[in-house]
Design a binder for this molecule. Structure first.
Ligand code: NCD
Length: 303
């Protein structure tokens, strides 16, 4: 990792393993009564979110604070972008105040990569359009490793709106580095066939029963209607064909876990009883988000 963290695609297996090891190191700290370190004391981190976020933004802010950094969170709504300032001018303005890292979420795929080319401050990608969401893949891997000794040889089904999901893309890059047997599933308009060529070991299916059969991990995705301008798929029948229900879990391994990056839409992609099911680890993912982001902030800012 030269400076910031733009995507999982750029990372080697060793770099991912190093981040996961630091993430695991920070996991137990989340349950302690005093949660503050001084690893990043004196450092300033700017969180710049041009898209809606609950989990990621809060989690980055908490992670930075637990490492002792000062943080400031800016949302596009209250910034000068709504006064016509360009993205580049906004970033240069923030950069002039000399933060030590900028955490950024933007609706345009590649926006942080473009800015990283000429901005001296490291940029951490908190989600760019339909492209990547690297810290989500890291926290997902940490969560899987809470339930399995290693990623090697696991069968992971990712189900839903694959086409618009940066979570799916970052997970595909990460999990395929570790020899995971990956099944991507969704209605044909939301399942780009070229994804099977991203790495060996990826299969595509439009059949949810086939996807969950024998799975160690069932990862559900939200239908990202805000990113769909032309795609047509049967919205009213979606739950009937692609919503995860308890009956599907009988096809998965008996100890399979159910994941979802959130926000969940109960009754659309996941039945309420599955979301609240004992082996649903959706809130564990949220908890692990803090440890994963502490690992990334430490790597980017302290070194
Ligand atoms: C995801 C995102 O924003 O990409 N959420 C998240 O960060 N946990 C998924 C989504 O919005 O559906």
């Amino acid at each position: 990792m030269a400076s910031g963290l733009l995507g999982i695609e750029e990372l080697s297996r060793e770099q991912i393993e190093a981040l996961l090891a630091r993430g695991r190191y920070y996991q137990p700290m989340q349950a302690q009564s005093v949660k503050k370190l001084d690893t990043l004391r004196g450092k300033t981190i700017v969180n710049l979110f041009f898209e809606a976020s609950t989990r990621t933004r809060t989690s980055f802010e908490i992670a930075a604070k637990r490492l002792g950094a000062d943080t400031i969170s800016i949302s596009a709504m209250g910034s000068s972008l709504s006064k016509g300032e360009s993205l580049v001018d906004t970033l240069n303005t923030l950069d002039a105040m000399r933060p030590d890292a900028i955490v950024m979420r933007h609706s345009a795929s590649g926006a942080p990569h473009f800015l990283a080319r000429f901005l001296p401050t490291p940029i951490i990608n908190a989600g760019d359009g339909t492209h990547e969401h690297p810290t989500q893949a890291l926290l997902d891997a940490l969560t899987i490793l809470d339930y399995r000794p290693s990623l090697e040889g696991l069968r992971v089904a990712i189900i839903g709106d694959i086409a618009h999901s940066r979570v799916a893309r970052s997970n595909i890059h990460l999990l395929s580095r570790f020899g995971v047997d990956l099944v991507l599933c969704g209605p044909a308009p939301l399942l780009p066939p070229e994804l099977q060529y991203l790495a060996p070991g990826i299969t595509l299916t439009t059949n949810i029963e086939e996807a969950v059969t024998g799975a160690d991990v069932v990862m559900m995705l939200r239908v990202q209607l805000e990113r769909q301008h032309e795609t047509s798929f049967p919205k009213n029948e979606y739950f009937q064909f692609y919503g995860l229900r308890l009956e599907h879990l009988r096809l998965a391994r008996p100890d399979a876990i159910v994941m979802h990056p959130g926000p969940i839409n109960r009754g659309r992609e996941i039945a309420s009883e599955v979301a609240d099911f004992p082996r649903s680890v959706i809130l564990n993912q949220v908890e692990n988000g803090v440890a994963a982001r502490m690992a990334v902030l430490e790597q980017v800012v302290a070194h």
